[in-house]
Design a protein around this ligand. Structure first.
Ligand code: MRU
Length: 343
């Protein structure tokens, strides 16, 4: 089961519709640019590495639609830009579209082959960073079994397979080195309680769901050994954008003196963004805050403030983990290593 797949027979992008989980496992099909953009913006598909694959396959969707509808020369570039800009914070979406775009002149098969390579490389990266992250956490905490707090969803649903922060959780579980997972529910769209809990349950991993407001207290009460989160964009100085609420978790970890770990494939490291101040934070519809599953949770007319992400400064991060290495950020100089080939 994969969150993102290409249907060769049908020539369409097939996505697990994550808005419908955990109630039902259904798939959405995209055959047009409008459908791709809509799926990205409604979070049918979400999570930075999964969006990287959508960026790649989305270009193929646009090419096939253009051929079907006889688009005028020049239109394709604009349609690819719509996909690439459908959400601004996760660098992977634009990265995926940009990676396949130079192959457009060689035809859709070449673009699809490159998008497939993005899928394969992402899975391999996730598995490798999970090993590196688990090694680091067990060495740092000195514990045989760790209690982990995580925020949002970073599992196979958010990637092409396996997961990043949740990949480390899976790796710890496989080594019998995991005691329990505290999964923040992740308001407003509940990626933690709907998606992370679903993945952990499917894998038989012990977990509890807690409201986001409980995280600081759980950490300061000594119930957690390490917090592990994913990333939407890691800037050149190590500052990291991730789901809103991540910063609060980092502050609590710093106060409690437990490690705060960021895990991501190197495709999420954006060396062209100097610092967190330069990351565009998506502001979503306030109605997502003033309602839950379509039911109003605030008085009529209440306005919601809904930044989808926050930025954790690198000084609050104990380890940045990619498939290349683990860095303990003490400024700009080590971040290059996160994208370097391993010897
Ligand atoms: O708004 P979302 O659900 O796309 O936000 C996702 C996150 O913030 C994830 O933590 C991040 O993309 C990493 S996914 C491996």
């Amino acid at each position: 089961m994969r969150a993102v797949e290409w249907d060769v027979q049908d020539g369409s992008l097939v996505l697990i519709d994550q808005t419908r989980l955990p109630g039902e496992l259904v798939y959405a099909r995209c055959r047009s640019v409008d459908e791709v953009v809509d799926a990205v913006q409604r979070l049918v598909v979400r999570g930075a590495p999964a969006l990287g694959a959508v960026g790649g396959f989305g270009v193929a969707v646009a090419m096939l639609q253009g051929a079907r509808e006889g688009w005028a020369p020049g239109r394709l570039a604009g349609e690819v830009r719509r996909i690439r800009d459908a959400r601004p914070t996760a660098v992977n979406l634009a990265w995926g579209a940009d990676r396949v775009s130079p192959l457009i002149h060689r035809g859709v098969e070449a673009v699809l082959a490159e998008a497939d390579a993005i899928m394969r490389e992402d899975e391999a990266a996730n598995r490798e960073l999970s090993r590196l992250g688990a090694d680091w956490i067990l060495a740092r905490t000195g514990r045989g079994r760790v209690r982990v707090l995580t925020h949002c969803n970073t599992g196979f649903l958010a990637t092409t397979a396996w997961g990043t922060a949740l990949g480390i959780v899976r790796e710890l579980h496989a080594r019998d080195a995991l005691e329990i997972v505290y999964a923040d529910e992740t308001r407003p769209l509940l990626q933690g309680s709907r998606l992370t809990a679903w993945e952990l349950q499917e894998d038989g991993i012990d977990y509890v769901v807690q409201v986001d407001g409980a995280a600081a207290s759980t950490i300061l009460r000594g119930l957690v050994d390490v917090a592990i989160i994913g990333a939407d964009r890691i800037a050149r100085n190590g500052d990291t954008a991730n789901k809103i609420g991540s910063l609060g978790v980092a502050l609590a970890c710093a106060d409690a003196g437990i490690p705060f770990v960021v895990a991501a494939p190197s495709s999420t490291v954006d060396l062209s963004t100097p610092s967190g101040d330069d990351i565009h934070i998506e502001l979503r519809d306030g109605a997502e805050v003033t309602s839950l599953a379509g039911v109003a949770t605030a008085p009529p007319g209440a306005r919601g403030f809904n930044p989808a992400f926050d930025v954790t400064p690198s000084r609050l991060i104990d380890a940045l983990v990619t498939e290349c290495c683990v860095v303990e950020p003490d400024g700009v100089k080590h971040v290059d290593a996160l994208v370097a080939e391993r010897p």
